[in-house]
Each structure stands twice: as C-alpha cells, then as structure tokens.
Design a protein around this ligand. Structure first.
Ligand SMILES: Cc1cc2nc3c(=O)[nH]c(=O)nc-3n(C[C@H](O)[C@H](O)[C@H](O)COP(=O)(O)OP(=O)(O)OC[C@H]3O[C@@H](n4cnc5c(N)ncnc54)[C@H](O)[C@@H]3O)c2cc1C
Length: 270
C-alpha cells in the first residue's frame, strides 16, 4: 500500500481537528535531511517557533509526529525541515512525498520556543543541533524577533558540512528578501559548526562556549544575564549541557506562563 497517498475517502473520514494540506515544494539536502512546504489553512494561526503534529495515512491509519513549524507566522505557506529515519514509522514514508501529495496536520500548535516566553534583552542566542534549527528558521524570518532584539545569533551544529546547508540557505534567503533584508540588516549572525568533518568552525557548541571560542569568533562578550537571552533546541543531551552552561552564566529557564532568560525544547524524543 502506498503510505503517502491520502485518498479522498481518507480525508472525508478524518476526525475533526485534522487538516489535509497539499505539498507545494520538496527539497532534499542529504540522505538524512529534507525540507518541504505545504498549503496553510486560512484559519490556522501559530506563533513563530511553535510546533504542531503532522502526519500521513500509514497502513490505513493517520500517524502523527511533532514537527516544529519552520516558516514564520506571516508566511502564507507552512514549511518543515525533517530528518529521514530509515525505519522511522513516519519519516520512512514522509521522505517520499512529492508536490501535490497530501499531508495531515492537527489543528493546535504549541511550544515554548516563542518570544513571549523570554523577558526583554538585547542579544538573542538560538542554540540548535540537526533539525533543531527548524523553530529558529521560523523565528529568524519573523520581524518581531528583530523588534525585540538588537542582535540575533543563530548557532547550528551538525555532524557534517552538507547538513548545514539548510541554515546557509535560510540566511541567504533573508539577505535577498524584499522586506526582511533591510529589516534584518546585520543584526543576524550565523555560527555554524560541525563535529565530524574538517571545517573552519569545529566542535560542539557547549565546548566552544566553555573555551570562549564562540565569543571570540563572534566578537561579543561572554554570556551576561543582564542582556543575553537564549533558546535551545536539540537532543536531550545537548539541551542538558547547554542549559547547564546558561544557568552557570546566571540565566534562568522560562516558560509561556513564566517568562525568563532562556527556554528549551527537545528536537526529538529518544
Ligand atoms: C517538540 C518536537 C518537535 C519536533 N520537531 C521536529 C522537526 O522539526 N523535524 C524533525 O525531523 N523532527 C522533529 N521532531 C521529531 C519527530 O516528532 C519524529 O520523531 C521524527 O519525524 C521521526 O519520526 P519517525 O516516526 O520516522 O521515527 P520515530 O519513531 O519518531 O523516531 C525514531 C528515532 O529516530 C531518532 N530521531 C527522531 N527524530 C529525530 C530528529 N529530528 N533528529 C535526529 N534523530 C531523530 C530518535 O532516536 C528516535 O528514537 C520533533 C519532536 C518533538 C518532540
């Protein structure tokens, strides 16, 4: 059975609370990573940085997984940046989607990586590994981020150089965008590192923070709780290590109902 094809009768049988959207663009970066865009229901509202459940019909049943929305809140389409897990119940099928296919989406977005969960500051650090860049792909394309912060530092660490391409494409898109280019100017800094290949910027972000190389490379002072804010999205281990370093620097963790100096979200479970 073709897991990707969502048939008309499947759509009719979907429970209330599920949208069926059409894929408009697919781009594969490596054998582990791809991005796709799809139509956005007019009634679907979200805050940049939130996640939503998306899915496909797999063996006759809807199968959903959490996905950060990578497009900003103002975009008329929705974008997602995805892993391909070879035996993954969802992504082993999702990686085959093509323009015109249907992707299911639950109606309620949520999440902690939102500007409202941070107290005011001057510099916003976004720390990500792998697909953890997805919520930041949304936030770096949202004008509100630059209204609230004077400087935005997007840190992205992957194993291999080819896995950084989505991040570089995003920054290029902003530079060439008709209204974001001027609004963002030189406020956005992109700090990309790899752990398993030779590259000018090498190593885990936590090691680069501890050694101080991150700050030297960027030409900024070490993290200061008075002015710096943070958002973290990566594996459980990366979250734990980065959170510890931010806490050591004097920042406290916030949430939607209790804004503070940094917020975290897992990029995946496992
Ligand atoms: C809040 C939240 C937001 C998420 N946002 C995204 C997103 O924007 N893009 C995305 O690709 N995934 C995201 N995920 C993970 C996603 O929900 C699925 O786990 C992923 O799509 C794989 O689904 P699967 O059914 O193929 O395999 P699963 O059974 O879900 O996962 C199998 C195993 O693959 C590994 N894995 C899963 N996801 C990833 C990943 N993203 N990177 C590295 N290893 C992974 C884990 O070890 C996991 O145990 C998010 C998860 C959470 C909790």
């Amino acid at each position: 059975m073709d897991a990707v094809a969502v048939k008309q009768e499947d759509v009719a049988a979907l429970p209330a609370g599920v949208f069926a959207e059409t894929v408009t663009d697919v781009q594969h970066y490596t054998d582990r990573l791809f991005r796709f865009r799809m139509t956005r229901p007019e009634s679907f509202r979200f805050r940049s940085g939130e996640f939503v459940m998306i899915g496909l019909m797999v063996e006759g049943k809807p199968l959903f997984r959490a996905y950060s929305i990578a497009s900003p809140a103002w975009d008329e389409e929705l974008e997602f940046f995805s892993i391909k897990v070879p035996d993954g119940p969802l992504t082993s099928h999702l990686c085959d989607i093509k323009v015109g296919d249907t992707v299911l989406m639950r109606k309620k977005p949520t999440g902690t990586l939102v500007l409202d969960a941070l107290v005011p500051g001057k510099r916003l650090y976004m720390f990500s590994t792998g697909t953890g860049i997805a919520p930041f792909a949304s936030l770096i394309r949202d004008p509100e981020t630059y209204e609230k912060f004077e400087e935005v530092i997007l840190c992205h660490t992957c194993r291999e150089v080819a896995e950084l391409k989505y991040g570089f494409d995003l920054v290029e898109e902003i530079k060439n965008h008709e209204f974001l280019a001027e609004l963002v100017g030189d406020k956005l800094k992109h700090y990309a590192t790899v752990t398993r290949e030779d590259y000018p910027f090498k190593g885990r972000i936590t090691d680069l923070m501890e050694s101080g190389k991150l700050y030297t490379d960027l030409g900024v002072p070490p993290i200061n709780p008075e002015i710096d804010r943070g958002m973290i999205c990566g594996s459980a281990a990366m979250l734990k290590d980065t959170k510890e370093l931010l806490e050591k620097a004097g920042l406290t963790e916030g949430a939607n109902n209790k804004p503070a100096e940094f917020v975290i979200e897992r990029a995946f479970v496992g």
